[in-house]
Ligand binder design. Structure first.
Ligand SMILES: *Cc1c(COP(=O)(O)O)cnc(C)c1O
Length: 433
């Protein structure tokens, strides 16, 4: 295959880079190919780059068996990821293979009869889906010789990078907006790396990081969601793989995914497409739905207006992990929602809180605000008849409610506070029968 290197970018085209089946980077817009390296934009048209593979060629049966015999984490899918074959033996946080919960109580409450599942990514090492993307980025950082791991983060990513760097023996320095939830700040700082809070929104933080990459100050730094973004993004494919495997090697009919930058949604679609191509699942239609909070709903607004471009917004919502006003993958999300017959919808902060409590009350799962956004949108779309209740539906819970306690702390308190006496308890009226 013709692999082109970028003029002047000598460190990025090292021929001995071993990232398993990853063959090259290719431009999503013009298709031009580049050697594997810490690149993120096409040198010809500035389009985003993504990983292109030499995927396994054996029988689907063989590949399925090989995957099923693999470790209980994302490395069981190593043959489909940009990681070296011996990845499972390296120090990494080993996320994934989180629970797919059959949510029958929730289904009953929503009137869904075709099977409702919650993919609960709060079970990852730092309690959000971001561990998946970071685990892959760590392998790319190692392959390219970076010694410092960095990122711009809405909160969860900073924690995931801190933990993964600690485990991999890399330095870390991460950047967050100054107004994040306490749980996210502590989770980002506790792993011992540097944590820098920036006076501004996430979009300001992101802009700052892009400047830092171009400056000698940022030399030797691997920014997982900037110059390592093509590799980082691939981590989200593992959600698609796991969901299908856990459904018995079957595509769901409908899936609801939260949107921040839109990377996760686009890569879940890529994961489904790969499984179809490899013959690991039957080729059948599926619908992808995107979920945003009303206070940061640039993609949902564009979807509803029928636009192809996403107009940036200034975020104002309790769903801070999704508060990206200028989402990099917004236009691709619009394409996917329209191509698959899905939709992009948003809910108010009040509906987010209601949905967090609905999930907790029906299934014993305490999701973060992003989970509330996703379930809130699911409920809204079922009620509107957009999501078909007779079909198999998967809803993502991408983070842990313990990190966003403030969202529900006002309405989730002790039912009563009493003296330690039976009389006092009887007086509360809580006594059953
Ligand atoms: C980052 C994040 C997302 C979505 O991220 P994308 O940028 O759209 O890939 C969803 N949920 C949580 C909890 C997150 O932290």
């Amino acid at each position: 295959m013709a692999v082109q290197t970028v003029a002047g970018n000598t460190t990025s085209s090292a021929p001995d880079v071993d990232l398993g089946p990853a063959a090259a980077l290719s431009c999503r817009e013009c298709g031009e190919r580049f050697a594997l390296g810490p690149l993120f934009a096409c040198a010809s048209c500035f389009g985003p780059l993504e990983v292109a593979y030499d995927l396994p060629t054996g029988s689907p049966e063989e590949l399925r068996k090989r995957i099923e015999a693999g470790p209980d984490n994302i490395w069981r899918y190593a043959p489909l990821l940009p990681v070296p074959a011996d990845v499972a033996e390296k120090p990494n946080i080993n996320p994934g293979f989180t629970k797919l919960v059959k949510a029958d109580n929730l289904a009953r409450e929503l009137g869904v009869t075709g099977g409702l599942y919650v993919k609960d990514d709060s079970g990852n090492p730092t309690h959000s889906f971001k561990d998946r993307v970071v685990a892959i980025a760590v392998e790319a950082a190692r392959a390219f010789g970076f010694t410092t791991l960095s990122c711009s983060s809405t909160g969860n990513l900073a924690g995931a990078v801190g933990a993964a760097a600690a485990r991999a023996g890399l330095r870390s320095c991460v950047f967050i907006p100054h107004d994040l939830e306490q749980g996210k700040v502590v989770m980002a700082a506790v792993y011992g790396g540097e944590l820098v809070a920036i006076e501004g929104s996430y979009d300001d933080v992101n802009r700052f990081c892009s400047e830092l990459i171009g400056d000698p100050l940022g030399e030797g730094w691997g920014f997982v969601n900037v110059n390592l973004r093509p590799y980082y993004g691939e981590g989200s494919k593992t959600l698609a793989y796991e969901i299908c495997e856990q459904l018995g090697w079957r595509l769901p009919d409908q899936i609801v995914i939260p949107i921040a930058s839109g990377s996760q949604l686009t890569k879940i679609d890529k994961g489904f497409q790969e499984l179809i191509k490899l013959g690991l699942v039957e080729d059948k239609p599926y619908k992808i739905f995107g979920a945003q909070a009303e206070g940061c709903s640039p993609v949902s607004a564009a979807f509803k207006a029928g636009h192809d471009v996403v107009r940036p917004q200034k975020p104002n919502t309790i769903a801070k992990s999704l508060a990206i006003g200028n989402p990099a993958d917004g236009p691709y999300v619009l394409d996917i929602a329209r191509r698959t017959g899905g939709a992009v919808e948003d809910v108010t902060d009040e509906q987010v809180v209601d949905a967090i409590k609905l999930l907790a009350r029906t299934e014993g799962i305490f999701g973060e605000t992003a989970g509330g956004v996703t379930l809130g949108v699911t409920k809204k779309l079922v009620e509107a008849g957009v999501i078909d209740p007779a079909l198999t539906t998967v809803v993502l819970n991408t983070g842990d409610g313990l990190k966003t306690l403030d969202a529900v702390s006002g309405t989730s308190q002790a039912t009563a506070t009493i003296k330690p006496s039976l009389d006092a308890f009887r007086a509360t009226g809580l006594v059953a029968n």
